[in-house]
Design a protein around this ligand. Structure first.
Ligand code: SF4
Ligand code: SF4
Length: 418
């Protein structure tokens, strides 16, 4: 694609990066069928190719219109288009640049501003999420119906054979050590996932240390174009993780695939920060979604887990796992090895509509994607739906009566020593 970027951006690092990405797009349109918003709306402007064209116009100096802002807002950042693109166009990176350019140029309505402000002020803070959720649940009966519908659904009980073990964090006792970055929302909404992961790892000879001084990975603020807050979160996590790296942990592990994809990108996102660039690169290189760590531990898992449970599992592979981290088939393999029966899921590459804050900012599109995804997941009559990301987990619970959990919890529940 030919480009002629405007003076304000042409010679900046973002301008050079955007120019290279724009030039790599050959307009073939192979990405269109993979795009959930194009599938739903049928408008080229809501497709990857259409958005690339709109970002090109912005970077070439066109004014930001409400229409462009709408089409960029509707993008889920699911990156299914990247998986489908034969030219390797880094769409997600281009969208970040396009949003960073458009955001300050077109004021949003007071209502949208308030919603985004509240998301920025509450979601990345575990204690605030916990307090607000507690309050909202206590007041559930008197809340307006629309607000009640937005409350995260309670977890349906798992089948008896998977009854959760008492969640506790085992004391470190193994020579092999990893550090587990616990995240912000997950400890507030599904507090058992990280201890279950630590128990599972302990059961196969790996001690998981807690990175107590860490917090949100910065992804939510990054997507809300709150770049200063995102950078602060990233720097804090680098400082908190570094002593563990120096002490020789073999990996930095996350159980939320979206957060894993963010931390795996710290090296690039902090490359212009002299005090952080080198450490961030090392941290990114050590970062693993828990599935990436366990992929090489099949034999140890086989020895640590009870024999097959008669449980049918539908696995929802989050976009961050399959499109950002490019981990495909690994969780399914681990669940099969552990004796679970996987049920077929049509259109497995399609987003569930959670997409971070998308379900709150674009509730209609998000709801349509949720309905389609739940239909696909329920089609094989599973006993349990498993996923790999807290946002998807909470979102899916809002659309089905089938229990939804993290896939690691299924494995941890089958530990033989419990
Ligand atoms: S598939 Fe890739 S190269 Fe083709 S239009 Fe989409 S982004 Fe451009
Ligand atoms: S990131 Fe997802 S929603 Fe956005 S253009 Fe790509 S495929 Fe479509």
């Amino acid at each position: 694609m030919q480009t002629a970027l405007a003076d304000f951006i042409r010679d900046t690092p973002q301008g050079r990066e955007a120019n290279e990405i724009l030039r790599s797009c050959v307009h073939c349109g192979f990405c269109l069928p993979a795009c959930p918003t194009y599938q739903l709306l049928g408008d080229e402007l809501d497709s990857p190719r259409g958005r690339i064209y709109q970002i090109k116009q912005l970077l070439e100096g066109a004014p930001v219109s409400a229409r462009t802002q709408l089409h960029l807002d509707r993008c889920l950042t699911c990156r299914a288009c990247e998986s489908a693109c034969p030219s390797g166009v880094q769409y997600g990176r281009l969208l970040d640049i396009g949003r960073a350019v458009s955001e300050p140029r077109l004021p949003r309505t007071p209502r949208v501003r308030l919603t985004r402000y509240l998301l920025h002020k509450v979601v990345p803070h575990t204690r605030r999420v916990r307090a607000l959720l507690g309050l909202a649940r206590a007041l559930r009966g008197v809340l307006p119906r629309a607000l009640r519908a937005r409350l995260p659904a309670a977890a349906a009980p798992l089948p008896a054979v998977l009854k959760a073990r008492r969640p506790h964090w085992p004391a470190p006792r193994h020579a092999r050590r990893v550090v587990l970055l616990e995240g912000c929302v997950q400890p507030a909404l599904a507090a058992d996932i990280n201890p279950a992961t630590a128990q599972l790892l302990d059961g196969i000879g790996i001690s998981a240390l807690r990175a107590s001084a860490c917090g949100c990975c910065g992804m939510l603020d990054h997507h809300l174009t709150e770049h200063a807050a995102a950078l602060t979160a990233m720097r804090r996590n680098v400082d908190a993780l570094w002593p563990h790296v120096e002490a020789g942990v073999e990996a930095i592990v996350l159980t939320a695939s979206a957060c894993a994809s963010m931390v795996a990108d710290y090296g690039r996102l902090l490359r212009d920060e002299p005090d952080y660039a080198e450490r961030a690169l090392r941290i990114s290189a050590l970062t693993r979604d828990v599935s990436q760590l366990l992929a090489g531990e099949g034999a140890a898992l086989g020895a640590a887990l009870l024999p097959a449970a008669d449980v049918r599992v539908a696995f929802q592979s989050p976009c961050s796992l399959q499109h950002a981290l490019k981990v495909r088939g690994v969780v399914e393999g681990l669940l099969s090895t552990a004796g679970f029966t996987l049920t077929p899921v049509a259109d497995g590459q399609r987003c569930c509509g959670s997409a971070g804050s998308y379900s709150l900012l674009q509730p209609q599109l998000s709801g349509e994607l949720l309905r389609t995804k739940v239909q696909a997941l329920e089609a094989g009559r599973p006993d349990v739906i498993a996923t790999a990301n807290i946002g998807c987990l909470v979102h899916l619970r809002g659309g089905t009566s089938v229990p939804v959990c993290h896939w690691v919890q299924l494995l941890a529940a089958r530990l033989a020593d419990g």
